[in-house]
Design a protein around this ligand. Sequence first.
Ligand SMILES: *Cc1c(COP(=O)(O)O)cnc(C)c1O
Length: 402
Amino acid sequence: MKRAKNYRPATQLIHGGVNRTSFDETSDAVFLTSGFIYDSAEQAELTFKGEADRYQYSRFNNPNLTSLENRLSELEGAEACALTSTGMSAIYASLIPLVKSGDRVVASRALFGSSYWIIENLLPQMGVETIFVDGTDLQQWEQALSKPTAAVLIETPSNPMLDILDIQAIAELTHRAGGKLIVDNVFATPLYQHPLQWGADIVVYSCTKHIDGQGRVLGGAVLANKNIIQDHITPFVRNTGIGLSPFNAWVLFKGLETLPLRVEKMTQNALACAEFLEKSEHISRVLYPGLKSHPHYDLGQKQMSASSTMIGFEIKGGKKAAFTFMNALELILLSNNLGDSRCIVTHPATTTHMKIGEAERLHLGITDGSIRFSVGIEDIQDIIEDLQQGLDAVAALANTNR
Ligand SMILES: *Cc1c(COP(=O)(O)O)cnc(C)c1O
């Protein structure tokens, strides 16, 4: 078998992790099987003892999962990977095995809605003390991590307002407190940021986003060194049954083939959209890591190899104006997915971030005019014309209110 290890990402994502069967197929086979057959009772015994290197049961492992684990590990520069049914089960599987009752967990406040729920509600129910900090304020991190802490969870760039957090500084403080740093790297994608290089211990993905990127399947991945994955994450995933299905693993494996093409095009389009939006008099704020106006532009330049496929912006005129803008769009879809090949806008205050309450929302900078924009790979002229159509509707609204 040819080795893909030393190739650059775009090549590795086509050839890495390939596990051809004896039929020498070009495209990878799908192993839709719940179980595997043993040659002998002795082999079954050895397999259960962990002494035979073979497949056993698809809740435990499957060739499609192995292929995806290898391809993702190589891309991330991680020793090992555990795959899960969704991004949320990846977050859950990265946290729960590290904590027990009486432990402490610190997290940045700007988190994906369900991650916030786990920290806010679920962990305290299990006897874990949880603390939220403003992720961009290092003084708050220093204070929160002045006591022993089992785990820290951050997202950077964050959802939905694209704060950029200093992974290296937070990793140092986390380690001093005796904990492990988990980074949700969805917004950065595995192409633009490698948190392990900056001292993070665990990287988590919702593969539903850029990795599939075509709105087909859900999936999640946890990447870390062998000890963390083998001793903590994999047993938890296998025994609780939150692993990825072989079919979804296959879809994601194919998705990775075009990941660089899609993400680069999306990023190019996103920069053009951010520059366009920044010029509009109907928009009070554009948050895009590739614009010099981004409050953490320098940190983004240091920590990431390129900016983002995501934009946060604020329409003047609150909810009415934001809804008017969104309803006037024809090409850009209203949905809560992101990282897709099609453009998608979301109104966080009334959807993804509805449950966290107004005070917390405003603290995060999510106003009634805030819009999260996941930029797709469509022709940039069509995208800009659609944005213009939305802005024209906002202008018309502003005129009638005058
Ligand atoms: C979507 C998302 C998740 C959750 O992933 P699912 O696949 O929907 O479970 C977690 N974190 C971030 C940043 C996300 O965008």
